[in-house]
Design a protein around this ligand. Structure first.
Ligand code: ADP
Ligand code: MG
Length: 430
């Protein structure tokens, strides 16, 4: 078993605040919703459109959402005949007294478990307090964006104390052998060490995965046992199937046998990753370079995506296809991350990071040089690069990628001069 090494240097980390204006930190606040039913009764087409846009987001893909016009009156009429869903979104432009009267009427036909969110026009704290006292889950002042709506709903169903929901990072290579798994493992390990946060690496390359090798482990059980019966996977079984690599890092290892066939269904894979994310704050999904319904599903459902490419034409074309698909299907998410690996290899003609960025309309998150000495030896030893050689240049790239995925900022404390204690004393004397 490889032992965790203390991270060198005295750095601390804080939540990044420089992303407040882009989609990434906003979308980061909204977590996936469980399989709940939501019915909305709108007065304005703006709200109906915002809910429609939110309902197409991956985070709401499990929820069942219907939208009707007609506001409070339509809701009252509807629930006289039909059972109430898990959540009602009600838009009302009525004055305070009328709104309260409508809610009282609605309460007669509402199940006790149903939550109600009101979207109103008045920015009025007296109204807000009155509604909260009456058991309304949230009052939002319109117009609301799809983001605000998702954030609000996510807040209602993802209570950090009782129901932690982890973040999922998917790693995929633009071609096979470009170092996607190596980057996945090193980034996951770095993140777990630096943030002292629990992390699981799920090795989805069942036949050829290298997670066990890279962490010097040879587990008997792993992810295949979970995928065989996804609905049976719970906290207890998960604990048995994971292999501990260090204080904060465990792996969901691939069986790496060729004589067994595995059914890989998108639903099964998603269920397994969902169980992991319910139990661990960070999940790194190491996807093989293959294209199947289940790889596509895991990739598109992840909170963050890292595409690793080598600087040649085939990688550029494939990366572009992946980036285009991801951007097209995930309109409310930040763009995927691009890592150029094995760059600056001697005598090899390469496509420059700038040309990659231009073609993909994406900034590269990191460029990692070809470094067969450190990567080769670390892999042979079953160690991470930083464990093998903390001075290797790539360690900084792994930290940068880890911090970007976790939306944290690395703060380097200034190195104190060797004379600092003496200078302090002199200052005191003066
Ligand atoms: N920057 C690099 N320099 C040298 N070798 C590398 C580098 N990155 C990865 N490798 C090596 O390339 C090989 C393929 O890496 P792997 O992570 O398995 O690729 P993938 O998951 O994309 O198929 C491994 O032997 C790994 O050690
Ligand atoms: Mg791989």
């Amino acid at each position: 078993m490889s032992k965790p090494l203390p991270i060198s240097g005295s750095e601390s980390f804080e939540a990044s605040d420089d992303q407040a204006t882009d989609g990434s930190s906003l979308s980061d606040r909204a977590r996936p919703l469980p399989r709940i039913s939501i019915q909305a009764f709108c007065e304005s087409s703006e709200l109906a459109e915002a809910i429609q846009a939110a309902s197409e987001d991956r985070r709401l893909s499990k929820a069942h959402i219907t939208i009707q016009m007609g506001g409070g009156a339509a809701a009252i009429a509807h629930y006289q005949e039909s059972p109430t869903p898990n959540l009602i979104i009600l838009e009302s432009h009525a004055p305070h007294a009328q709104l309260v009267a409508e809610l009282e009427e609605l309460a007669h036909s509402c199940d006790p478990g149903t939550k109600v969110v009101i979207i109103g026009k008045a920015n009025d704290v007296v109204l807000y307090r009155d509604l909260m006292r009456r058991g309304i889950s949230e009052y939002l002042v319109g117009p609301v964006s799809p983001f605000e709506l998702m954030e609000c709903l996510s807040g209602l169903y993802n209570n950090p104390e009782s129901d932690p929901v982890g973040q999922v990072f998917a790693f995929i290579g633009a071609k096979g052998g470009v170092g996607s798994s190596t980057i996945c493992h090193n980034v996951a390990w770095t993140l777990s060490e630096v943030l002292s946060a629990n992390m699981v690496i799920a090795d989805m390359d069942l036949a050829f995965g290298t997670t066990g090798l890279d962490f010097n482990q040879d587990p008997i059980q792993g992810i295949a046992d979970a995928l065989q019966n996804p609905d049976r996977l719970d906290e207890v079984l998960l604990d048995r199937l994971l292999t501990t690599c260090s204080k904060h890092l465990s792996i969901f290892a691939a069986p790496v046998v060729l004589d067994r066939d595995y059914e890989m269904s998108p639903e099964g894979c998603e269920t397994v990753i969902d169980v992991v994310r319910q139990n661990v704050p960070f999940v790194a999904v190491d996807l093989p370079h293959a294209w199947a319904p289940w790889t596509k599903r895991l990739l598109l459902q992840a909170d963050e995506i890292v595409i690793t490419a080598m600087p040649d034409l085939a990688n550029l074309r494939n990366a572009k296809n992946i980036v285009d698909l991801v951007k097209q299907t995930r309109k409310n998410d930040a763009a995927p991350h691009l890592v150029l690996n094995m760059a600056n290899m001697q005598k090899r003609p390469e496509i420059s990071p700038k040309d990659f960025e231009g073609a993909l309309d994406l900034k590269t998150l990191a460029v990692i040089d070809f470094d067969c000495e450190n990567f080769g030896q670390a892999a042979n030893n079953g160690q991470m690069i930083e464990e093998f050689n903390a001075k290797a240049k790539s360690t900084q790239a792994f930290r940068d990628i880890a911090m970007a995925l976790a939306h944290r900022k690395e703060i380097k404390t200034e190195k104190k001069s060797a004379f600092a204690p003496i200078l302090e004393k002199l200052k005191l004397k003066r």
